[in-house]
Design a protein around this ligand. Structure first.
Ligand SMILES: [Zn+2]
Length: 269
């Protein structure tokens, strides 16, 4: 039987080799939505490669008390801090912008959608199909997490597919009872999309698009890159924030501060 160290690498490779996973590497920084800072880009590249992240070498323990690893696994799964929520919100807004661009009428995290207010899907699309409202829930899963690690080493997209199942189990019955449609939009941390997210993305691309003169391929290329950049940039920011929270004196800027007390500055050498 493979141990965790042996299964983490194949799981990462499967997740990072999805057709959507590398879209951020081809994105030209023509707008904020498609841009990284140098530090964000480098961390995203190191995560993809499974390499050590130099920032993290200076940290033994996380602010939650756990031992921290140099490959970013703990930083990306730690429950302390707001990084995962920020990442979720960034991806949610990218999907929302995509939907608005093809004239869907949407609301966001509507309260009291269901009797149980802990169940609050992220996006509602009013004019989806035959006058029925489509509810969407955005989610990111780390494929190296214990509950999905072994499956992820054996098959592509196993973690995302498992999260699809979990989300459907949580929302579908309630949505159906009220006459709504429900679909999850799941990404794995290394970039692979769930089968449902891919199907819906393709479906959205069939809508008339003024921005791309109804060129479906151009629409898909642009939004695939936006979603990919959004995910990978936020992964990097989670790690940068974690480092900053444990070592407040560290500078994440590639340019050392010239004023006041010397600051520790990250070096890529
Ligand atoms: Zn932690």
């Amino acid at each position: 039987m493979l141990n965790n160290c042996q299964t983490r690498s194949p799981t990462r490779i499967r997740s990072a080799s999805g057709s959507e996973s590398a879209a951020w590497l081809d994105a030209l920084p023509s707008s904020n939505a498609l841009s990284f800072s140098p530090a964000e880009f480098r961390i995203a590249a190191l995560l993809r490669l499974g390499a050590e992240i130099p920032f993290l070498r200076d940290i033994d323990h996380c602010d939650c008390g756990a031992t921290i690893d140099n490959e970013g696994y703990h930083s990306l799964t730690c429950a302390r801090g707001s990084g995962a929520v920020r990442r979720h919100n960034a991806i949610q807004h990218t999907w929302l912008n995509l939907l608005h661009s093809v004239n869907y009428v949407c609301d966001l995290e509507r309260e009291h959608q269901f009797d149980d207010d802990n169940k609050r899907p992220d996006i509602g699309v009013f004019n989806f199909k035959d006058g029925r409202k489509l509810l969407l829930d955005v989610s990111v899963i780390h494929p190296q997490s214990g509950s999905v690690l072994a499956r992820g080493a054996r098959s592509d997209g196993a973690a995302a597919a498992k999260r699809d199942e979990d989300k459907l189990a949580k929302y579908l019955d309630d949505a159906t009872r009220l006459g709504y449609l429900f679909e999850p939009l799941v990404f794995e941390v290394f970039g692979r999309w769930s089968p449902i997210a891919k199907r819906l993305f393709s479906q959205f691309s069939l809508r008339p698009s003024l921005d791309f003169l109804d060129d479906k391929n151009a629409f898909m290329d642009f939004w695939r890159k936006c979603l990919s950049v959004s995910l990978q940039r936020e992964n990097s920011r989670i790690i940068l924030r974690k480092v900053k929270s444990v070592l407040p004196s560290i500078s994440v800027s590639p340019v050392p501060s010239s004023a006041g007390a010397p600051v520790r500055c990250f070096s890529w050498e």
